[in-house]
Design a binder for this molecule. Structure first.
Ligand code: MRU
Length: 345
């Protein structure tokens, strides 16, 4: 099951808001529709958002009907619209900048058709790179997974959050394929329930043993020695290793630290943002209060209750045992080792 599929003139998006109950696709044929799908979280997860935005950018160029001279300004508008969708996952901005760089390289090309084709190819390259990178993360991460392990994960950093295979779930998939005896505890991940709806769904499809728990159960399980390892994804990793990921990740990291349990982040290098010195500078998205007041249209709180609904939190680097990337596993001191890894080809 793919989060995204390029159909030649539109982007097929698996509507993740409907999973696991119904499998519905949305075919987005304009950049506005792609932006809308990202905002509504029909497509979500940092790498998948990046790839979707890249295709959205290409769709923008495909729909352009003006003269060559006006293309640059129009594409700036396209980029700005797509960039406005979700602020935390840096992969979105990384992918849009890569598309914009490609457009800049085509500065002297007059033929709009040629430019459109080149941008589609670049979006496909971004998607293909993500496929490869996730498999590499899986291979690298396998090294830290014991022969037998109960692994806790939070949110969904799986195939549905990427173009294929997943980051945190990529590591889990690799270990399972190696024949390791893996069992996963999936936090349900309030309020959007990515763990309950998506992680359990993905793992069950792959026949990887999984047990669903409510977010507030993780500490009790750790106290009972039921968790050997925590692996989560990331939306943005600051230069000092502080990591933004789905709200609730910080609590899990503190709990893991208190119980002496290794806590790993699995993410592609496109999630590292060296321009941001620490986690304090990472913009945290706040979402619609209705996500907290109701669950899929059913009220679970008084209609008017004031709500605070941050979609992400930041785990300080000191709680992170290692960061699993496609280039290797980075360990502290992150300020030094992240930079070293990023300059390595
Ligand atoms: O709000 P979401 O569902 O887009 O948040 C997703 C996460 O926090 C993931 O853990 C992260 O994007 C990594 S996905 C490989």
């Amino acid at each position: 099951m793919k989060a995204l599929e390029w159909l030649g003139d539109s982007l097929r998006i698996l509507d993740q808001t409907k999973l696991p109950v119904t499998i519905v696709y949305r075919d987005a044929s304009s950049y506005e529709e792609v932006a809308d799908a990202i905002e509504k979280m029909q497509v979500r997860g940092a790498p998948a958002i990046g790839a979707a935005a890249a295709y959205g950018y290409a769709l923008g160029a495909m729909k352009y009907e003006g003269i060559r001279a006006g293309l640059q300004d129009y594409m700036t508008e396209v980029k700005e619209r797509l960039a406005k969708t979700r602020p935390t996952a840096v992969n979105l901005f990384w992918a849009l900048c890569r598309m914009e760089d490609r457009l800049r390289e085509l500065y002297e090309v007059e033929d709009l058709n040629e430019i459109q084709k080149a941008l589609i190819t670049e979006a496909e390259n971004i998607a293909e790179d993500d496929r490869k990178v996730n498999h590499l993360i899986g291979e690298q991460g396998n090294a830290i997974v014991p022969e037998e392990a109960n692994i806790l994960t939070h949110c969904n950093a799986g195939a549905l959050a990427t173009v294929e295979f997943g980051t945190a779930l990529g590591v889990i998939r690799s270990a399972h394929r190696e024949g390791k005896k893996i069992h996963v505890y999936a936090d349900e991940t309030r309020p959007f329930l990515q763990g309950a709806r998506l992680t359990t769904f993905e793992l069950m499809k792959d026949k990887i043993p999984v047990t669903l728990i409510a977010d507030n159960m993780a500490g009790f399980l750790m106290q009972q020695d039921k968790i050997d390892l925590v692996i989560v994804g990331a939306d943005r990793i600051a230069a000092n290793g502080d990591t933004a990921n789905k709200i609730g990740t910080y609590s899990v990291a503190v709990l893991a630290h208190a119980h002496g349990i290794p806590f790993y982040v699995a993410a592609p290098t496109s999630t590292v943002d060296l321009k941001v010195p620490t986690g304090q500078e990472i913009p945290i998205e706040e979402r619609n209060p209705m996500e907290m007041r109701e669950v899929f249209g059913v009220p679970t709180a008084p209609a008017e209750v004031p709500v605070y609904n941050p979609a992400f939190d930041v785990t300080p680097a000191k709680y992170i045992t290692g960061i699993i990337t496609e280039k290797g596993i980075i360990t502290p001191p992150y300020s030094v080792n992240l930079l070293k890894m990023m300059v390595r080809s």
